[in-house]
Design a protein around this ligand. Structure first.
Ligand code: GAP
Length: 454
């Protein structure tokens, strides 16, 4: 079942075009490229890291700082392996795999349609299905033996469950309340492709919302809408976003109900975020395995309850990819030349204001540098004086910079500069004294209006 999207057109940018732009302009590089790269692993360049920071900060502000009922946590990536035994990951975190007898490719059995190999097209020529565990193993200590095995976490969520009582005791919370965390997770993914959509090492932003079992379905419905609204607030086109409820056979081993926020990628609808009703699966599993009590004492009813959990689980990398895909646009200008632009909202754009002197003329440079000094404390800025002003506008359009400030010879006399708008390509003249305020105002106007879910 789906809700949210109307008639939608899939994002049209070819993934190859985007991968090339991302590398050329310093968003995302293939990891260890000088050694031929590494499967499904990427490094973030100067613009990519700025965008990732924006995504994390926007999520944290919405999910933690603006709320009265959610607190933060940072748990270890490598922890006691008993956690992953109890959570079910050691036994059940698996993908069903088959080998194609035609091309020897290893593919996910549940991704095969009409008995056809997605790599070579051979029909009905597969080995029997085997379960493949996605956990990355390592060894702790001097001896590499089975008893020293530990795992890189495959999700941040378990850190919140094993710290449930610590947070409860140290913050004296009442139900419902949430624990949020941002951090790296690792999965030995076999099916790869689609750039940063599925990686071995990626960053998650997860929140476990602990609630009374009786309220949990209402909370689940609330979080589905709230998370969809957040993606709209980032400026993602609403007709390329939808909520899709999982069918029973798709549910993870821990979940009694799950919905995905999906985006219409160039290759079709795909998961952007999962919102799971995890019930009491995790707290009960850890209580049983550790022998500790993991429950909440309700002072009004004077009963102990094991809270149920609703979990919105997002991925920073996948959001960044989605924002790039969604923002990519091409236009033909009045001279018949192609203009490539990223229509990124100011909140997520890696650079919000670029300072461009009309030329490198030595009379202009001190004023232009002075403008840059003035703007750096207030905005994410870039100074660019290489090549013609037209080419520099195009470069800024291509990385999604909403506003450019141009310093020209007139600026030396009238102490004013030009603000050039990425989307409208309009220009206005503004006195230097009011520049910060004028830029702030225009950026605020460009920001999509926030929806708040009651
Ligand atoms: N704790 C629940 C959980 O981990 P998930 O649906 O497996 O749920 C949540 O992951 C989100 O993490 C996904 O919606 C996606 O955004 C991101 N994610 C998961 N695996 C990923 C991978 N291999 N590469 C990039 N992002 C991934």
């Amino acid at each position: 079942m789906t809700e949210g999207a109307t008639e939608a057109a899939a994002a049209t940018v070819e993934l190859e075009t985007l991968v090339s732009l991302a590398k050329r302009r310093g968003f995302v590089f293939p990891s260890a490229e000088i050694y031929g790269g590494f499967a499904s692993t990427y490094d973030y360049g100067p613009l990519g890291v700025e965008m990732k920071r924006n995504i994390r900060e926007l999520w944290w502000r919405r999910m933690v700082q603006e709320r009265s009922d959610v607190v933060g946590l940072e748990a270890a990536i490598i922890t006691n392996p008993a956690v992953w035994q109890a959570s079910g990951h050691v036994d059940s975190f698996t993908d069903p795999l088959v080998d194609c007898l035609g091309c020897q490719s290893r593919v996910r059995a549940d991704h095969i349609e009409d008995e056809t190999c997605p790599v070579c097209g051979a029909v009905g020529r597969f080995t029997d299905e085997r379960q493949f565990n996605l956990l990355f193993r390592t060894f702790v200590g001097a001896v590499q033996e089975e008893a020293a095995t530990a795992y890189l976490r495959p999700e941040t969520a378990q850190g919140m469950f094993v710290n449930f009582d610590n947070v409860l005791q140290s913050t004296r919370r009442r139900l419902p309340f949430g624990i949020a965390q941002i951090g790296k997770s690792f999965r030995n993914e076999i099916t790869t492709g689609h750039f940063t959509f599925r990686m071995l090492e990626f960053e998650q932003m997860e929140m476990e919302y602990f609630c009374d079992p009786e309220d949990s379905l209402e909370q689940y419905a609330y979080w589905k809408q709230e998370r969809l609204a957040w993606y709209r607030s980032l400026g993602i086109r609403p007709d390329r976003l939808r909520l899709r409820d999982h069918a029973a056979e798709e549910l993870s081993h821990y979940s009694s109900a799950t919905a995905d926020v999906e985006y219409l990628y160039p290759w079709g609808w795909g998961e952007l975020e999962g919102i799971a009703h995890r019930g009491d699966f995790d707290l009960k599993a850890h209580a049983e395995a550790s022998g500790k009590t993991l429950s909440y004492f309700d002072p009004e009813r004077e009963v102990h309850v094991v809270p149920h959990v609703v979990e919105p689980a997002a991925g920073v990398d996948r959001i960044l990819l989605t924002l790039l895909v969604d923002a990519y646009d091409e236009e033909v200008d009045e001279r018949g030349e192609k203009r490539v632009l990223l229509r990124l909202a100011p909140d997520v754009a890696p650079v919000t204001v670029a300072v461009l002197p009309l030329s490198r003329n030595e009379r202009l440079v001190p004023t232009a540098r002075g403008v840059w000094d003035r703007l750096r404390p207030h905005f994410r800025t870039q100074y660019d004086d290489a090549q013609s002003i037209g080419r520099r506008y195009r470069r800024q359009d291509e990385v999604g910079t909403p506003l450019c400030v141009t310093v020209d010879f007139e600026s030396l006399d009238d102490e004013a500069v030009t603000i050039r708008d990425r989307d409208r390509m309009s220009q206005i003249r503004v006195p230097l004294g009011g520049l910060v305020e004028a830029l702030r105002q225009r950026l605020a106007e460009l920001q999509p209006k926030e929806e708040v879910v009651a």
